[in-house]
Write a protein that binds this ligand. Structure first.
Ligand code: URA
Length: 250
């Protein structure tokens, strides 16, 4: 078995299981506790506690594909009756980085996959200049169905759809989240800030480090911002690598 953090945690879990079956007091060395604490901090206890208050079948999904099959017929809001395709999300189910846009556009609605139009192509290219493949990260949207004429998501739509995103995050357990664009950032953070203010900070979304950068469509409209977009993503990569580095030391 490869020695990495996931496997160490699996072993700790098995150890816990074994001790509780034997009904003996549980003893864990300090270092293990540190690792567990950090995992909990970087993972999803706040999301899980939010989801535990919802009594719907999707909350119990054990995988992204099961979740998709439980929610992709959703008609909780009117967008459900307007869509061609439900746009669940794509990428690595164990991704460390999740990119979140606001809602599918026409291309995405047509193909059932997020960020596949011109903006998506730019996102994929920018990721690859930073050394990330599209299938290595996870990409999704707050809303899973396209709003008419690409209008901004309405609060009532977000209220219905955000729990699906939370469940995705709870299954993926990313180390960082990157919101693409002011609307996605403000919507999830429940703020009303300018993009430049949002870009200056690292926020906390259900205890997961949360960055906001440009929407790739904005870069298409104003290519002068491309370098700033790349710089934002470089900073996120540095932050992400520093987390990975910290874990190796523990
Ligand atoms: N814009 C978004 O916010 N999401 C997509 O999937 C495509 C364009």
């Amino acid at each position: 078995m490869e020695v990495n953090l996931e496997n160490i945690l699996k072993k700790i879990e098995d150890f816990f299981q074994y001790q509780s079956e034997l009904n003996v007091p549980i003893y864990l060395p300090e270092k293990f506790l540190e690792i567990i604490n950090q995992q909990i901090k970087l993972n999803t206890q706040f999301i899980d506690s939010f989801l535990s208050k919802i009594s719907e079948p999707f909350v119990g999904a054990k995988s992204l594909s099961e979740l998709d099959s439980l929610i992709n017929k959703c008609v909780k809001c009117s967008l459900g009756n307007l869509r061609k395709n439900f746009v669940f999300g794509v990428g690595n189910p164990n991704a460390d980085i999740v990119f979140v846009g606001e809602a599918p556009g026409a291309d995405e609605d047509e193909q059932g996959e997020p960020f596949v139009g011109k903006a998506g192509k730019l996102l994929t290219e920018t990721l690859s200049t930073l050394g990330f493949r599209r299938d290595e990260v996870y990409i999704c949207n707050i809303l899973k169905c396209r709003p008419p004429n690409n209008r901004d998501p309405l609060p009532a739509e977000v209220e219905k759809c955000e729990p699906y995103l939370l469940k995705q995050l709870s299954l993926i357990k990313p180390k960082i989240i990157v919101a693409l664009g002011r609307i996605a950032g403000n919507t999830l953070l429940k703020k009303n800030e300018t993009l430049s203010n949002l870009r200056k900070n690292i926020f906390n979304y259900y205890d997961i480090p949360f960055f906001v950068t440009f929407h790739p469509a904005a870069i298409l409209r104003n290519p002068n911002w491309k370098r700033d977009f790349e710089k934002d993503l470089e900073i996120m990569k540095e932050f992400y690598l520093s987390l990975a580095e910290k874990k190796k030391v523990l």
